[in-house]
Design a protein around this ligand. Structure first.
Ligand SMILES: Cc1ncc(COP(=O)(O)O)c(C=O)c1O
Length: 440
């Protein structure tokens, strides 16, 4: 792999950009000794400034169900940019896209557009508090809901000895600069354990505005919910009169046309979307039934934003939804099949090479972790047993072979409709080689 030009960019970047880029996960923390700088994406391929070509399985952290520069997206953006970029007015396209979303999402009557998952999550929590008049929100260890102060607690892997008793997890702030008051009302529980949830709801349900969780734990590799768990969570929320808020920033418009809510047959009170929704544009949404969504009418719970409902992004959403749902949701089926195939074949490659790599997935989202456990079912398993350094070495080896696996050790990899059978075969051949060369 040639790196001369990227190395030069990195030298320049370090003079003007913190860590040489715009988010720690893209920089030297995950790409040692320096990141590659990229210039072009097409289909499932990426090219860096040294003209290295990669099969992309990172796909902008899940923002690209159709891959890069899909012809329909290019066409509609070219056409629409001539009519203006952003108006900050009511838009015809926002009505059309909201209608499409409501038609796809059985649990949603209304939608409000924002830009990022972080803003959407922040708004959802504010709505839950406004609606219920209760102050606390309950989140789960290892679940990430963006970088808003109030939710930036216990989202990173930590040594297990710092986590406390599972009945009363130690709340660990993920950043300096957070005042204790900002997360005082954020309670933390263990996920995938229904008894743990009932225990806390019994004691504190009267104070809790919402229970919030990702549709699958997707910022600790990929950890699916246990059979029936999410349904039971919903039942407990109803029983203890607490809103059930499902953060589908990752799972929405990915694990099924209607996201995790459809996959698991749920009727969450509040849902948030981002990532895949925008097909590479910053579009997020807060959604739910009428009686919930009316809370953000003017004068009740505030939600503003100069860039809300970004016009060009919404044209991309429309084109993405049309492409993914045509032929009876063939796009969703395709990314799921590719994710399943990658998972099965990577697991087989690891077994053949005698490596303790396990790949867990939920449809198109998959992630290899190096662990001696047969299965990772929760955050504490992940913290106790996963060798992040080995994943970093594996992903670096894959990139040397022209296969871009995310350098972010706790995120996951994803498929898109542009991946071909050849892309899969080449990626598996690369994994086989890398796994055989890696020390055990
Ligand atoms: C489940 C979940 N919620 C919210 C967010 C925040 O989204 P964004 O990065 O668009 O602010 C993320 C981002 O990774 C996420 O995974």
């Amino acid at each position: 792999m040639k790196t001369e030009k990227s190395a030069k960019f990195f030298d320049r970047a370090m003079k003007v950009l913190v860590e040489g880029c715009s988010s720690a996960s893209r920089g030297p923390l995950n790409y040692s000794p320096h990141p590659s700088y990229f210039k072009k994406g097409q289909g499932a391929r990426l090219w860096d400034v040294d003209d290295n070509e990669f099969i992309d399985w990172q796909l902008s952290f899940g923002c690209l169900p159709l891959g890069h520069a899909h012809p329909k997206i290019v066409e509609v953006i070219r056409e629409q940019v001539e009519n203006g970029t952003h108006f900050a007015t009511a838009l015809e396209i926002e009505v059309e896209v909201a209608e499409m979303m409501v038609a796809m999402l059985g649990h949603v009557d209304k939608v409000r557009f924002a830009n990022t998952g972080t803003e959407a999550c922040m708004t959802a929590v504010r709505m839950a508090r406004g609606i219920t008049g209760k102050r606390k929100v309950l989140k789960f260890e290892g679940h990430y809901h963006g970088w808003y102060d109030g939710l930036l607690v216990s989202s990173n892997p930590q040594p297990v000895t710092t986590l406390g008793h599972p009945n009363d997890p130690v709340r660990i702030p993920d950043s300096s600069g957070l005042t204790p008051g900002s997360w005082e009302d954020t309670l933390v529980s263990v996920w995938n354990d229904i008894d743990a949830l009932e225990r806390i709801l019994k004691i504190r349900g009267h104070e809790i505005a919402c229970v919030m969780m990702e549709g699958a734990m997707s910022n600790m590799g990929v950890i699916p919910a246990k059979d029936g768990y999410l349904k039971q969570v919903q039942e407990l929320c109803r029983k203890y009169d607490v809103l059930f808020y499902l953060d589908e920033t990752v799972t929405g418009f990915r694990v099924a046309p209607g996201g995790a809510a459809e996959l698991y047959g749920l009727q969450p009170d509040i849902v948030t979307y981002g990532k895949a929704l925008g097909q590479g544009f910053p579009v997020a949404a807060i959604a739910g039934p009428d009686h919930i969504m009316e809370s953000i009418e003017y004068g009740k719970v505030l939600h503003y934003g100069s860039h809300n409902a970004p016009r060009l992004g919404l044209y991309a959403v429309k084109a993405m939804l049309e492409e993914m749902t045509k032929d009876d949701n063939a796009g969703f089926r395709k990314i799921t099949e590719i994710g399943e195939q990658m998972t099965t074949r990577l697991n087989a490659a690891a077994r053949d090479a005698g490596q303790n790599m396990r790949v867990q997935n939920i449809g198109s989202m998959f992630h290899p972790v190096f662990t001696d456990l047969e299965e990772i079912t929760g955050y504490r398993d992940f913290c106790a047993s996963v060798d992040l350094g080995k994943y970093a070495a594996f992903a670096a080896g894959m990139r040397e072979e022209g296969v871009f696996f995310t350098g972010n050790k706790i995120l996951h990899n994803l498929s898109c409709t542009a991946h071909t059978q050849e892309d899969i075969d080449v990626s598996i051949a690369a994994a086989t080689k890398v796994l055989h060369e890696m020390p055990k």
